[in-house]
Design a binder for this molecule. Structure first.
Ligand SMILES: [Zn+2]
Length: 671
């Protein structure tokens, strides 16, 4: 192990997974079942059916004819970390404790990302001159509770590979292989921060959501730039480490040479570079941490414009554990080349900030999908070479991420739809579905005939045309009071709220909280009045209407007790707000702001969504195995179905029904 691997733990916090092993010895599965489970985030049944009806998706049609095809109910709320956690554990949020992308610490009233949490180091670093030597590391812990279905499979002797299962960061340790996906940070420790360098005066220097913009000057056709990396734990205040690189611009041709301390690459204007290694010297000639970045040279003349992707953890030389066993990331890169390791690699934020155009975003997203195809080829090949009972899970993010960003291009009713939308953009989502069909076709051609193939999505999609300011609704109904309404636009993250007069508030995508005495830091609602107040708000939300036609805004406001079971129900938001199709919590609501207007158009590139009424956005399930259509299945049923297909009875906390016709079973407790 290299010195920086030992030290890397101090960078972002080292990895300890909670793990929920039951301590049982390895058992042998009574089947030789082999299954490929393809997870296509955000694949929508109505879109899929529409394209199948046009004859455009022959492989999905063939799979449906071989076995079956059905809608797959999603989670409440239908957000990816919640939905995938339902599949992972076979339980709802009351069981696994993930309720929203954004969770709330009731003691500080500050939000945090729900799936993992960093715990601070316990001892102070040792100070020697300007250097600080960390003596203990903090740690990142996975917040999801419950046993993952592949832990149970492993206990029964099934060989498992989990390629980027969302909400599995840090990856739980089992005897199988896993690469972490959603939740995995970039080298800065963020969910992905791009850098944009330009001398174009049209761009304002500074920080945007998910990126940084720098105004630069090219002198004599050359420029020295830096890209930020991890916080340096060896320096007081932990400033971000910086990696330097030089760009030499050709005076006559639209081309530039980029040189880091270990590599040089020549790129043309409009071209994406391959992965370029960058090094962060945390302590010169002693501690070096590698990362990797992709560049897009957008222009030289009249203005220099260079996009640098978030610096990714290099799977060939990972600065922290992103896989179990740790070498698995290296093995993948050895077989399929370097690849994006950050959580959701499609750079939606650079498109939102108008640094990438929709076409550039698509091209970047295509780089991601091409890497995934290479990795799938390599993993399918390895899967075929293994013996005995085995499961390969493989995850695709492209459909979800593109649908979020390109929905307006195909939706003439979207307020941000341009009448003269170019055909390639209007067709981009259909073409993405066709690409997924080709991938499915490739898998069907190349897998063994006796392997079960299951294709699923965690939720579907809907347009996101209107954004609802839930806190403003609460204010207008007297449940929320601001200290000074004239300063409302200055505050976010719930600051500016007069807690002494506030009974309810919202933060996150679907969560609504009562301000309960003894629970929330400044609570005023007596615990005995909480449920009654929540019921009252639910009833009023049902009457919320928008526009001249009186469109309902909230079609599925649910009390937590109506939907959740298990030990975490008490931690849940009091109400889960399911918006009508076309509506979603406003951008302001997600970050705890209280604007003056109640409902606004969504004029963002992020123009499609699924965080609404769960009934409006089911996912899909298809298999070469016959599916029992008597069952209205949701994600939790799929968990039970997977175990069932391997001949394992689900443990008691999993209440679902198998969609597969009966197989020989092994009792979970008495194999
Ligand atoms: Zn999504």
């Amino acid at each position: 192990m290299k010195i920086w691997m030992v030290l890397a733990g101090y960078l972002f916090a080292s990895i300890f997974s909670l793990g929920f092993a039951t301590g049982s010895p390895n058992r042998t599965s009574n089947t030789q079942t082999r299954m490929i489970l393809l997870g296509i985030d955000g694949m929508d049944p109505a879109m899929l059916q529409g394209f199948m009806d046009q004859g455009a998706m022959p492989n999905f049609s063939r799979l449906a004819a071989q076995g079956g095809y059905m809608r797959l109910g999603t989670s409440v709320p239908p957000q990816s970390p919640v939905a995938w956690s339902n599949l992972i554990t076979g339980m709802d949020s009351g069981g696994h404790g993930i309720f929203d992308f954004i969770a709330l610490d009731r003691t500080t009233m500050l939000p945090y990302l729900s799936t993992s949490k960093t715990e601070a180091a316990t001892t102070e670093p040792l100070a020697i001159g300007k250097w600080r030597i960390p003596l203990s590391s903090g740690k990142t812990v996975q917040m999801r509770d419950g046993t993952a279905f592949w832990e149970i499979l492993e206990e029964h002797g099934v060989n498992t590979t989990m390629f980027r299962m969302p909400a599995n960061y840090p990856p739980i340790e089992t005897g199988g292989k896993a690469l972490s996906g959603m939740g995995t940070p970039d080298m800065r420790g963020s969910s992905g921060t791009f850098t944009f360098y330009t001398d174009d005066p049209a761009f304002k220097m500074g920080t945007v959501s998910g990126g940084e913009i720098y105004r630069v000057n090219v002198h004599n056709n050359a420029i020295t730039l830096t890209v930020k990396g991890p916080p340096n734990p060896f320096l007081g205040g932990n400033p971000p480490a910086k990696a330097e690189f030089k760009v030499y611009v050709d005076a006559d041709n639209p081309v530039a040479l980029i040189r880091t301390d270990s590599e040089k690459v020549l790129i043309k204007v409009g071209e994406w570079s391959d992965w370029v290694k960058v090094n962060y010297n945390l302590v010169p000639s002693l501690v070096n941490v590698p990362g990797m970045v992709r560049f897009l040279l957008q222009g030289i003349d009249p203005y220099f414009a260079l996009y640098a992707s978030p610096v990714n953890i290099d799977p060939r030389d990972p600065a922290q554990t992103i896989a179990t066993p740790a070498e698995y990331a290296f093995e993948l890169a050895e077989h399929a080349g370097p690849f994006y390791t950050q959580e959701m690699p499609e750079d939606t934020k650079a498109l939102s900030a108008h640094i990438l155009s929709p076409r550039e975003f698509l091209a970047q997203s295509e780089l991601v999908l091409n890497e995934r195809k290479r990795l799938l080829h390599s993993e399918l090949h390895r899967f075929k070479g293994t013996q005995g009972a085995a499961l390969l899970f493989f995850y695709f993010s492209s459909v979800d991420q593109r649908n979020h960003m390109l929905a307006r291009q195909m939706d003439p009713s979207h307020p941000f739809h341009a009448k003269d939308t170019p055909k390639d953009l209007a067709m981009a989502m259909k073409n993405t579905y066709l690409e997924m069909d080709q991938i499915l076709g490739w898998v069907m051609e190349n897998m063994d005939a006796d392997t079960s193939l299951v294709v699923m999505s965690d939720h579907g999609f809907a347009p996101f045309r209107r954004q609802a300011n839930l806190n403003t609704w609460l204010e207008q109904h007297g449940y929320l009071v601001l200290k000074d309404p004239s300063k409302r636009d200055r505050y976010e993250w719930l600051l500016g709220i007069d807690w002494k007069k506030t009974k309810a508030f919202a933060i996150g995508l679907n969560s609504l909280y009562m301000n309960v005495k003894g629970r929330e830091r400044f609570g005023i609602v007596a615990p005995g009045e909480r449920a009654g107040l929540a019921r009252e708000i639910v009833e009023k939300l049902k009457a919320w209407r928008d526009g001249p036609e009186g469109q309902l805004v909230v079609t599925q406001p649910l009390l937590r007790e109506e939907i959740y079971n298990g030990p975490h129900v008490q931690e849940a938001p009091d109400i889960l707000v399911g918006y009508a199709r076309g509506y979603r919590a406003s951008w302001a609501t997600t970050s705890g702001k209280i604007p003056s207007v109640l409902i606004e158009d969504n004029n963002e590139e992020w123009s499609g969504d699924h965080c609404m009424d769960s009934r409006a956005v089911p996912g899909i399930l298809s298999s070469n195995e016959a599916l029992n259509r008597q069952i209205t299945a949701d994600l939790k049923d799929l968990t039970v179905s997977i175990l069932d297909r391997f001949g394992i009875n689900a443990p008691p906390q999993m209440k679902g029904d198998s969609v597969f016709y009966s197989h020989q079973k092994t009792d979970y407790l008495n194999p």
